[in-house]
Design a protein around this ligand. Structure first.
Ligand SMILES: [Zn+2]
Ligand SMILES: [Zn+2]
Ligand SMILES: [Zn+2]
Length: 318
């Protein structure tokens, strides 16, 4: 069962024509999809759960685009990074430029080698001659005020600001960061069928959704919906194709209509049908309703049904 919020989100995705939902890292909430959708937390309090629900239904397809490190103890993403001396674990460190005296294998911050005009090793007392020959320089290394040792990089410790646990980088959980792709066909069909059915019902039309009938072939023929008008029933298929709904959809509907001996049908083409499809539909007595959004589909479909009803009445009267 799709929750009420999931239905609302489906409608919103359709209305805005959303193709992809991008994650944004957010200090308060970890990952946020609100910005990408242009909606607020008040409208959809549990958006992340709704997105997971729609992914399970195949309406969204999640692709991993990164990870969010989280606390293995409580799941929080609110981690504070601390840099420590990797030798003695002291937090009392600073970044320095360091010199490694190759002859005596001593490393210390460069300022400790200065002795007037020349550089002299504070360990062995010898003057330094040339870089790359008897000494090397390293930029942005870590010097520990506690143990007085130089390290290439600090030790990273993460402290969870929610539960207080501290952990190394290797202990962090890496939660996948997902970008969602909207599977338009999966999105459109249930939502459009439901919305069109409800919209027609509100306008006083008797609607069956979904609609099924057993054909002469013995097969159950399924339609998006059907509407009752007088003693006849009109069968309607809703089909979406960004390239234009083609002839094969007209033929598919015709085949189903023929099987159940229905008089005519309606193909709602989102957002449009190809010229070939229109020509074929005309010859097969199938109406095509082109609509680029829900309101348009509803309005056109309703006026078509009304028109048909009027025609029926005129036929009866005349
Ligand atoms: Zn924690
Ligand atoms: Zn140290
Ligand atoms: Zn030395």
């Amino acid at each position: 069962m799709v929750s009420k919020f999931a239905d609302m989100l489906i409608d919103l995705l359709l209305k805005k024509g959303v193709k992809e939902i991008e994650p944004k890292l957010d200090y308060d909430y970890g990952v946020s999809y609100y910005e990408s959708l242009g909606i607020s937390r008040d409208d959809f309090p549990n958006l992340n759960d709704i997105l997971i629900e729609l992914e399970r239904k195949g309406i969204l397809k999640g692709t991993k685009v990164g990870t969010i490190p989280t606390c293995p103890n409580c799941g929080s993403h609110k981690l504070i990074l601390r840099l420590l001396c990797p030798i003695c674990d002291s937090p009392n460190i600073r970044r320095v430029e360091a010199i490694h005296h190759i002859s005596c294998n001593f490393t210390a911050p460069s300022d400790m080698f200065s002795s007037g005009e020349i550089l002299r090793c504070p360990n062995c007392g010898k003057p330094l001659r040339a870089i790359g020959v008897d000494y090397n320089k390293y930029q942005n290394v870590i010097y520990c005020e506690n143990c007085k040792r130089v390290s290439i990089s600090p030790k990273l410790i993460f402290i969870c600001s929610d539960c207080g646990e501290s952990m190394s980088e290797g202990e962090l959980d890496l939660k996948p960061l997902l970008r969602y792709e909207v599977i338009e066909e999966r999105l459109l069909k249930p939502s459009l069928e439901r919305a069109i059915s409800e919209g027609l019902e509100r306008r006083g039309v008797e609607v069956k959704h979904p609609s099924e009938a057993i054909g002469a072939s013995g097969l159950t023929q399924r339609f998006s919906l059907s509407v009752k008008g007088g003693d006849s029933e009109r069968f309607i298929d809703i089909v979406e194709s960004s390239e234009g709904v083609g002839e094969e959809k007209v033929l598919a509907l015709f085949g189903k209509l023929f099987d159940i001996s229905a008089k005519g049908g309606v193909l709602v083409a989102i957002p449009r049908a190809t010229q070939e499809a229109k020509t074929l539909a005309k010859s097969l007595n199938i109406e095509i309703v082109e609509a680029s959004n829900l309101d348009e589909a509803l309005t056109k479909l309703h006026s078509l049904i009304k028109e048909e009803k009027g025609k029926d009445r005129r036929e009866v009267v005349g």
